[in-house]
Design a protein around this ligand. Structure first.
Ligand code: HSE
Length: 336
């Protein structure tokens, strides 16, 4: 990339998170390596209302129009689900296009394969937005894993279930709280994915791979959902000085074995896992030398997740800028 050149971002998906990214790019973001420009945006339905509406002129239902654009530098994938996202991401990596994705299901299922392909083709595959929304979880764990040995990792990593359980503490029944979470844009298109712990298992698999250096099968993570939790259970927890949280945890047993689980857990009120309210998340890693490290923030929703994607774009551009110019590491972001 030459200075002053536009960096063209192609996109797959323009829902809650994709719309947030498109909005930020269209509002104008300039990095030292150049200004971000929006290319084609793949959607399934051209007639659906979009936020922001000015993204309309970028929309296409033809993936090749996005991927085959000779100008595209980075693909941002926000379409969700394993296929066809995997096929498109793989195709982009093989064409030398860097990829940033928010797709937990994709990375949990295909992370090993896609990172190997990215390595083979010398391009970046970043997925900070896949776990913990705005919280810089992946980069922190990558750094910690490089300089220490991570023994345990986990947290409260599904915003929807946390939002629902928080609302239940205020007396709101589960079904109504789920509808609120859907309206707020936290829940997956099928909220069962959140309520049955599948989304948290995807994220725990990614945390585990980042912390321990091997991709587990996410399906092998022991998993329980929150559908059976009642207002009486929530009240019982309160009477015992606890909160019910959907907690995810992975622990290394030896060099090759890991135990991992996701499910509703009684958490004492003064434990870090009791702290997140609404769609907030918390991640705790325990390293041999560093001890416990706790990260918290907004774990779901349009702005928080888009912000992690913009962070990944900044990282890729900083790396490209360094490779191309040997410039010092003092990237600068300006907003128009
Ligand atoms: N449905 C997910 C959640 C979105 O509620 O945490 C963010 O990954």
């Amino acid at each position: 990339l030459d200075t002053d050149e536009s960096i063209v971002i192609g996109m797959l998906g323009c829902g809650v998170v994709g719309g947030g990214v498109a909005d930020r790019v269209l509002s104008g973001i300039t990095f030292r390596a150049g200004r971000l420009r929006l290319g084609g945006v793949l959607v399934r339905d051209l007639s659906k209302p979009r936020e922001p509406s000015r993204v309309r002129q970028h929309l296409t239902t033809d993936a090749e129009r996005v991927l085959n654009d000779a100008n595209i530098d980075i693909l941002v994938e926000c379409m969700g689900g394993v296929e066809p996202a995997a096929k498109h991401v793989e195709s982009a990596l093989r064409r030398g296009i860097h990829v940033v994705t928010a797709n937990k299901a994709l990375i949990a299922d295909r992370g090993a394969r896609l990172t190997a392909i990215a390595g083979e083709y010398g391009v970046a595959l970043r997925y900070e937005a896949a776990v913990g929304g705005a919280i810089p979880v992946i980069r922190t764990l990558e750094h910690l894993a490089e300089c220490d040995e991570i023994l345990e990792v986990g947290g409260v990593i599904n915003g929807t279930t946390n939002f629902v359980l928080s609302a239940m503490e205020g007396g709101r029944p589960l079904e109504q709280a789920v509808r609120d979470a859907q309206r707020a844009g936290f829940a997956e298109s099928d909220p069962s994915t959140d309520l049955e712990g599948i989304d948290a298992a995807h994220k725990l698999a990614i945390l585990s791979a980042t912390a321990f250096g091997a991709w587990p099968r996410w399906e092998s993570i022991a998993r329980r959902g929150i559908r059976e939790i009642t207002l009486d259970d929530v009240e019982y927890a309160r009477s015992r000085g606890c909160r019910i949280k959907s907690a995810a945890w992975a622990r290394r047993i030896d060099r090759i074995a890991i135990v991992a689980s996701v499910g509703p857990t009684l958490i004492p009120i003064d434990h870090p896992f009791a702290a997140p309210r609404d769609a907030e998340n918390v991640v705790l890693a325990i390293a041999r030398h560093a001890g416990p490290i706790i990260l918290g923030g907004v774990g779901a929703g349009r702005e928080a997740t888009a912000s992690a994607i913009i962070g990944d774009l900044a990282d890729i551009l900083r790396e490209l800028g360094r490779k191309n110019s040997g410039a010092p590491d003092n990237e600068e972001t300006r907003y128009a």
